[in-house]
Design a binder for this molecule. Structure first.
Ligand code: PBG
Length: 331
């Protein structure tokens, strides 16, 4: 790069006015690149606020439709569904109940809001009584025995009409198992968004209250990734793409921007990033105390994730950010 030095070069010239800044802006954030996570449970007219995530609630299908409609109106691109079942057991059998909250929600969304992309989280932790992401054998999650259950869950979501299924369990081989199951069932057009690099993160704390999915004993370090590792994320993503993932996700987002960049550059695949519950809660909490301008922190955090290379972002701020984008240029 040829670049004259000061005083010939004065980068401030292009920062003088909003119009100049807009002209040379490198990254843009659009509402259709945002995906809103929703927590669905049984019943009607249920709206149970999640304490550590102000603005987020567990919703019955009718209430979920209201939030999804508001998101769609604001221009949000899609929703990511999590289910809170009525009953839990050791193998999480309600995960593949065709009448479960997620399956009902998918059908309702496809009927009423066909413009939204519907993604479902595929994992066992919300459905097992022990709260781990698979079935346990001798206190450890049994990888290969879990694969079959994940495939059943994914199939049930796909039959209901999901556009993408998103396995978040971090079992080895799950993408391939799910791809094969979908294809054999004649569902070859349903895509897989794999949580390829999902770290064992403290930032999932508030989510576990929202999804009622905290492990009763132990933690998830035996299957989720070590926060210290980046090369390993590239190996994980390569495996998932080989097995048939259509798009890959990094989670959390903010503390793992380097992973997003390397994944985008290394794969050329669509990369999603999940700004998780703890990232959301931190911004909300600081804003509530008046320590941060919450709206600007929201927009800057999302822009940073896009700048790192994410094509789309799963965020609890989706609707709010989309409304903000509809008003005036961000930043
Ligand atoms: C399920 C799952 C988790 C999240 C998404 N899918 C929790 C976990 O792995 O413990 C976290 C999302 C968030 O924190 O917002 N396995």
């Amino acid at each position: 790069m040829i670049m004259p030095s000061y005083p010939s070069s004065r980068p401030r010239r292009l920062r003088r006015t909003g119009a100049l800044r807009a002209l040379v802006r490198e990254t843009r954030l659009a509402a259709e690149q945002l995906v809103l996570p929703l927590f669905v449970r049984g019943g009607a007219k249920v709206r149970r606020p999640v304490e550590a995530m102000p603005g987020v609630a567990q919703l019955s299908v009718d209430e979920m439709l209201r939030d999804a409609e508001a998101a769609a109106k604001a221009g949000v691109g899609g929703v990511l569904l999590f289910g809170i079942p009525d009953t839990k057991d050791a193998v999480g059998s309600s995960a593949w109940d065709d009448e479960g909250p997620v399956q009902q929600a998918v059908r309702a969304l496809k009927r009423d809001l066909p413009q939204l992309v519907v993604i479902t989280d595929v994992c066992m932790c919300e459905y097992t009584d022990h709260g781990h992401c698979g079935i346990l054998r001798d206190g450890d999650v049994d990888n290969d025995a879990t694969l079959e259950l994940l495939a059943k869950e994914a199939l049930s979501h796909a039959r209901a009409g999901a556009d993408l299924v998103a396995p978040s369990d971090m079992m080895d081989g799950r993408v391939g198992t799910i791809r094969t199951a979908l294809d054999h069932a004649g569902l070859s057009s349903v895509g897989i968004l794999s949580y390829a690099a999902k770290y064992a993160s403290v930032f999932y704390g508030p989510f576990r209250e929202a999804a009622e999915s905290a492990p009763r004993e132990g933690d998830r370090r035996g299957y989720q990734m070590d926060p210290a590792n980046a090369d390993e994320a590239l190996r994980e993503v390569r495996l998932d793409i080989d097995e048939g993932a259509d798009a890959v996700m990094v989670k959390p987002a903010g503390p793992y921007l380097d992973i997003i960049t390397r994944m985008k550059e290394g794969t050329g695949y669509p990369v999603a990033a999940y700004q998780v519950s703890g990232e959301y809660a931190m911004i909300r909490a600081a804003a509530e105390r008046g320590w941060l301008d919450g709206e600007r922190a929201m927009m800057e955090s999302l822009l940073g994730i896009r700048r790192a290379g994410a094509d789309f972002i799963v965020t609890y701020f989706a609707t709010e950010a989309a409304l903000r984008l509809g008003r005036a240029p961000a930043l």
